[in-house]
Design a protein around this ligand. Structure first.
Ligand SMILES: CC(=O)SCCNC(=O)CCNC(=O)[C@H](O)C(C)(C)COP(=O)(O)OP(=O)(O)OC[C@H]1O[C@@H](n2cnc3c(N)ncnc32)[C@H](O)[C@@H]1OP(=O)(O)O
Ligand SMILES: CC(C)C(=O)C(=O)O
Length: 558
């Protein structure tokens, strides 16, 4: 078999929904929905090895920490693992008062009865029952017509109602899913849901949750939004109904569908952390929530330590999270390419300089620090990188802020190293080549001896010390530009090294090394060659002398 030249022979386009006065395209998401985590159910049923009690327990605690208030804890009728976990959880008293657990069952008497038994003793709980309603399932799975399918839902609702009356100590809530909603006729789903309402008699105080799943995502997300908006218009007693979204990601647009569904009037979103779930996964509620956050809307979920959350999720699911997964992947805040690095570095400088917290950052839609990520990984260096890349790494790692012209000078060295090694350059690679280029860790040709610094009455630093070469020593002293001129003059007069200083800068160091000041000097030799010198020292005046000596060493060593 190969891909068809005429796929239309095999596949049909999804029909559009006739909703010319649709409202959702001009709406925005302005508040957090109710969130339902289905990690322990839809996520769990999609795992190669479903979670046992220990992993389920850890996941449950994680969800509490994140702040999820409604948690689908399992499918009690699936077997002892889920039943025991759920009944154990209920009896343990580990369910906080503001958290409601939910279970799922097919709309079948025996399974519903088992499900209620698992929740016996709960203060409050949501019983979620479902049956598929769309044409292919009606025809292929059930071999039933529309009336018979509706009857499955109604019969299930009756069992749910009667079981709730039997276990009257619990404040029961109900959720019904017309499974495969997004591939069914909306009017028919409404008809089935209305029939369920007739049995369960929801009220505005005790509404029923209608979960409208894109069980298999088969259309663009605008169509799902149309279906949700239409359902909301047609369902009777809308104020007694909570509309819940449950999207899957078969076309890769499960998150977009949930977002458009919220714009279309839904109240609640079901999904899994980082999008685990059947086939291509459920809606990733982390991404939906953080998308809201980056629009200035509080999602009411806490992902401040996203890496710890990811670690627990990976452990429980035994599935890795992709390095490019939105918000959490290892590489999602990292730029390797030169122009991105340049823009990000400028962005951080501009953020430091401005006096308000509004995030204006090229290429980074969210501040990684909000999710507990450091800025270190924001820029990494390889052969695709530019000046901004290594300058950032030297600044983060060593506290050095290279002058722009010097970055251009050092750039060739970094580029050659990256090309030679054919791999990422780490901070230690860049620091090593920097030290080598500016003679920082090699035995110095010109040495500084017997030196000290003091503070002048105007607060500037005064330097006094000696330059030494091959046993010959010459004293230099002074401060600021005068000191640099004195060193350059001494090098010329006493040692025959002629350098003209073109540029000089210095700064206090805030990261990395123990030293506290760095100085950079751009010199030109009589032959017109540009040489940069770097000095690092506890004191700024000493750093500046060292910078000139570093240039002199480079000039004399060739
Ligand atoms: C889209 C979703 O994610 S839905 C959730 C799916 N999750 C799970 O299935 C996980 C847990 N499930 C299980 O462990 C098992 O399916 C069990 C134990 C619950 C039931 O197992 P079985 O009794 O073997 O039934 P099975 O699930 O295979 O369903 C087959 C029968 O139920 C019928 N059925 C399927 N879904 C439903 C439903 N929602 N309501 C009523 N009947 C249903 C089928 O038509 C079929 O009937 P048939 O035997 O007359 O042809
Ligand atoms: C049972 C429903 C909610 C479901 O999991 C789905 O349709 O994907």
């Amino acid at each position: 078999m190969t891909m068809l030249k005429t796929p239309g022979d095999k596949y049909r386009p999804f029909p559009l929904i006739n909703l010319p006065d649709r409202q959702w395209p001009s709406r925005a998401i302005t508040q957090a929905p109710r969130w339902l985590s289905t990690d322990l159910r839809d996520g769990n049923q999609a795992l190669i090895d479903p979670m046992g009690a220990e992993k389920k327990s850890r996941f449950f605690d994680l969800l509490l920490k994140v702040g999820v208030k409604e948690i689908e804890v399992g499918f009690p009728a699936s077997g002892a693992t889920d039943f025991d976990f759920i009944s154990g959880l209920v009896r343990s008293g580990r369910i906080p008062d503001d958290v409601t657990v939910q279970i799922l069952t097919q709309s079948r008497r025996d399974l519903i009865e088992t499900s209620f038994a698992s929740l016996e003793g709960a203060k409050t709980a949501i019983v979620h029952f479902y049956n598929a309603v769309s044409p292919v399932w009606r025809k292929v799975v059930f071999g039933m017509d529309m009336a018979e399918i509706k009857q499955i839902a109604v019969d299930g609702a009756k069992v749910v109602r009667d079981q709730a009356a039997r276990y009257s100590g619990t404040d029961w809530r109900f959720e019904y899913s017309p499974e495969t909603f997004s591939t069914a006729e909306v009017e028919y789903s409404v008809e089935v849901c209305a029939a369920v309402m007739d049995v369960l008699q929801p009220t505005p105080d005790k509404p029923i949750i209608f979960n409208l799943p894109a069980t298999v995502e088969c259309a663009t997300p605008n169509i799902y939004a149309d279906q949700i908006e239409l359902f909301g218009r047609l369902i009777p007693n809308r104020d007694s109904v909570v509309i819940s979204l449950h999207t899957h990601n078969d076309r890769g647009t499960g998150i977009a569908a949930a977002e458009l569904g919220l714009m279309a009037g839904a109240d609640r979103v079901e999904g899994c952390l980082f999008g685990n779930g059947e086939r291509t996964g459920n809606c990733d509620i982390v991404t939906v929530a953080l998308n809201m956050y980056t629009q200035g809307v509080d999602p009411e979920l806490d992902f401040s330590d996203i890496d710890a959350i990811a670690k627990t999720v990976e452990y429980c699911n035994q599935l890795p999270i992709h390095p490019r997964h939105p918000y959490v992947g290892e590489l999602v805040y990292t730029s390797f390419s030169g122009s991105h690095q340049d823009a990000i570095k400028k962005g951080f400088t501009a953020m430091e300089a401005k006096n308000d917290p509004v995030w204006e950052m090229p290429y980074l839609p969210i501040d990684p620090a909000d999710l507990g990520r450091s800025y270190e990984a924001v820029i990494r260096v390889n052969s695709q990188s530019g000046k901004g890349g290594f300058a950032w790494v030297l600044e983060q790692d060593q506290g050095l802020k290279l002058p722009k012209k010097m970055q251009a000078h050092f750039s060739n060295r970094v580029q050659s190293l990256a090309d030679d090694l054919g791999r990422e350059l780490f901070a230690e690679d860049i620091w090593a080549v920097f030290q080598k280029t500016y003679k920082l860790n090699t035995p110095q040709h010109f040495q500084l001896v017997d030196y000290e610094e003091s503070k002048a009455t105007d607060g500037t630093r005064l330097f006094a010390g000696k330059i030494e070469l091959d046993g010959r020593e010459r004293s230099v002293s002074g401060r600021g530009n005068g000191l640099i001129s004195s060193v350059v003059g001494t090098l010329n007069d006493a040692f025959g090294v002629s350098l003209e200083v073109k540029d000089y800068s210095e700064h206090a160091m805030t990261a990395g090394s123990d030293a506290r000041a760095a100085a950079y000097v751009e010199c030109v030799t009589p032959q017109g060659k540009t040489i940069w010198g770097v000095g690092i020292d506890e004191d700024v005046a000493t750093a500046s002398v060292r910078a000139v000596l570093s240039a002199a060493n480079a000039a004399t060593e060739g």
